[in-house]
Design a protein. Structure first.
Length: 206
């Protein structure tokens, strides 16, 4: 049973890392290329998802080990500890994004080029994140892993983030108000921080 749990967790984590790595590269490069703070923030968030997927994999593998002399009651606590680490990584990313967005707002440096590319990338991200969320949540319930459920919660937030970037970019295109991009970036960072706090305070079970 433990081998099955570890195998399912390993495959889920590999898919999570691969999916988020692809999205992170696309969104970060799009952010630098277009000057969009919103899509760049989304890309940084996807980058943290790579780390959380790796932590999820390691912690679930450890918690699946049978009891030993040093851990007579098993290794399940690793799952709970990892879920706290996930939340702190997400919080740190959100705080960094917030500071960058506020700086853009106060300096008035908001300027987005090739807005169509931002819209296409945000749409692709929204769809991909939805499937990752469903996949991660199904694994979390299947193997009863709190850290996988926490990771799925982050995927769910990512859907909202990408949809916000998509909506904000369309609004910028219609109105020409470039400052909206930085505002969306700030909102994205606030959502990231909010979810990190929720994950940290969520009771964990092995």
């Amino acid at each position: 049973m433990n081998e099955d749990r570890a195998s399912v967790a390993r495959m889920g984590s590999i898919i999570g890392v691969a999916g988020n790595a692809l999205l992170a590269v696309i969104k970060v490069f799009t952010g630098f290329f277009t000057g969009s703070m919103a899509i760049l923030a989304d890309g940084v968030d996807s980058t943290t998802d790579i780390l959380t997927s790796i932590i999820t994999w390691i912690s679930t593998s450890v918690s699946s080990k049978p009891p030993d002399a040093q851990h007579p009651y098993g290794h399940e606590r690793a799952d709970a500890v990892a879920s706290k680490i996930v939340s702190m990584i997400i919080f740190f990313a959100g705080a960094q994004l917030a500071m960058s967005s506020v700086q853009k707002l106060f300096t008035g440096e908001s300027s987005v080029e090739n807005l169509e590319l931002v819209i296409v990338v945000a749409a692709i991200s929204s769809v991909t994140k939805y499937f990752l969320y469903r996949y991660k949540m199904s694994i979390g319930k299947k193997i009863d892993s709190s850290v996988f459920v926490a990771d799925a919660m982050n995927m769910k937030l990512d859907i909202v983030i990408s949809l916000s970037v998509l909506g904000g970019s369309i609004f910028v295109g219609v109105t020409g108000l470039q400052i909206i991009d930085s505002i969306v970036g700030l909102v994205v960072s606030a959502l990231v921080i909010k979810t990190s706090i929720e994950i940290f305070g969520k009771p964990t079970t092995s």
